[in-house]
Design a protein around this ligand. Structure first.
Ligand SMILES: O=c1[nH]cnc2c1ncn2[C@H]1C[C@H](O)[C@@H](CO)O1
Ligand SMILES: [Zn+2]
Length: 362
């Protein structure tokens, strides 16, 4: 079996569960829309400088400061035209990166200052994903599902959860909460999570990124999260002895036993200070211990990354081979919020044959 090169990784059929729509805009698009809509606060109107600005400003080591950069992306996503364009380009960019299934999230409540209703926002984004998913021959190259996020410092989670249920048959596959984690525990939104459970709906919760085990514990044991956004701090409940043997605390054991998916985003974690380097990122240990680890981008613009980029960094840091990359990918597909038979069809019909072809390529 060969060692995966970057170009081969790009060609592999990949799955992405944690990617923010407002964290993945093309810089040219931000500049175009800012010009057309009169948004005058961009730090630069040169695409390369603007890209560098986003990356540097996101490198602060603090989640709160990292989140400030979204003012500019959200700022240019306030019209139907802008939302359709951004979503279409997102689907195109992911398909060009070899992603075959993606769940992309954003917070509808942040896109109404130009006068759109929540429903109009959701419909514009779904339309953009539909357009951007189509290849030149008119057949889809990628499947994109939407996750609707509620901002954890706001009080609109119930409304957004209802929105997610209302659009569940039109392309919305789940719900999430995001934003500053410290001081905003998941249980603040318990009514929304309980409502979703009664509706048999799926949700993930950003937890264990900028705050530790109590956040993860609440997300799972109080709120009933299907998956954890990041979840890196679960390592605080794992002790390693000198000979490398790991002892799992009760919460870590629960997460592993129940196969709760971890939506890990290595580069983003370095920028917000949740991990010191890729080589020291908890993903290495969690993969070794067979937690249900998935690999994600979080914010492609802020981290200047892609799924291919994240995989390539892990190959470099941990010496991962094709079997590891396929394992992450199958984990992600198993953990997706679409029906079981559709997940299985993608695993057996697209992912496994695609990896098999690349593994033995000369
Ligand atoms: O990694 C993250 N942690 C918490 N919140 C985040 C992260 N990345 C993006 N967000 C926020 C900022 C966006 O405006 C919002 C919706 O996508 O979600
Ligand atoms: Zn995120």
């Amino acid at each position: 079996m060969n060692t995966p090169t970057r170009e081969q990784i790009r060609q592999a059929p990949k799955v992405l569960l944690h990617d923010h729509l407002d964290g993945g805009l093309r810089t040219e698009t931000i500049i175009d829309i800012a010009r057309d809509t009169g948004y005058g606060r961009l730090p630069s109107t040169d695409p390369a400088n603007l890209a560098a600005w986003f990356q540097e400003a996101s490198d602060s080591g603090s989640l709160e400061r990292y989140l400030e950069t979204f003012d500019h992306t959200v700022g240019v996503m306030q019209t139907r035209e802008a939302l359709v364009r951004v979503a279409a380009e997102c689907a195109e960019d992911l398909a060009d990166d070899g992603v075959v299934y993606a769940e992309v999230r954003y917070a509808p409540e942040q896109h109404t200052s130009g006068g759109l209703s929540l429903d109009e926002v959701v419909e514009a984004v779904i339309e953009g994903f539909r357009i951007g998913s189509l290849g030149p021959d008119g057949t889809p190259r990628i499947r994109v599902g939407t996750l609707l996020t509620a901002m954890r410092h706001q009080a609109r989670s119930m409304e957004i959860a209802e929105l997610a249920v209302r659009y569940r048959d039109a392309g919305v596959v789940g719900f999430d909460i995001a934003g500053a984690e410290a001081g905003h525990p998941p249980t603040r939104h318990l009514d929304a999570f309980e409502y979703l459970q009664r509706e048999n709906a799926h949700f993930t919760i950003h937890a264990g990124e900028a705050f530790g085990l109590p956040s993860i514990w609440q997300a799972i044991q109080w709120c009933g999260a299907d998956r954890l956004g990041h979840g890196v701090r679960i390592i605080d409940d794992i002790t390693l002895s000198d000979d490398g043997e790991a002892k799992l605390g009760r919460l870590a054991a629960y997460v592993r036993d129940k196969r709760i998916p971890l939506e890990m985003c290595p580069t983003s974690n370095l920028q917000t200070g949740a991990a010191p380097s890729i080589a020291e990122h908890p993903i290495g240990l969690l993969r070794r211990l067979n937690f249900r680890v998935t690999v994600n981008t979080d914010n492609r613009l802020m981290s200047a990354t892609s799924v291919t980029g994240e995989f390539a960094k892990l190959v470099d840091a941990f010496g991962y081979g094709w079997d590891d990359l396929q394992w992450f990918t199958v984990n992600a597909m198993k953990s997706a919020f679409i029906p079981f038979d559709e997940r299985l069809a993608l695993i057996n019909g697209v992912i496994k044959p695609g990896f098999a072809r690349l593994k033995w390529q000369a």
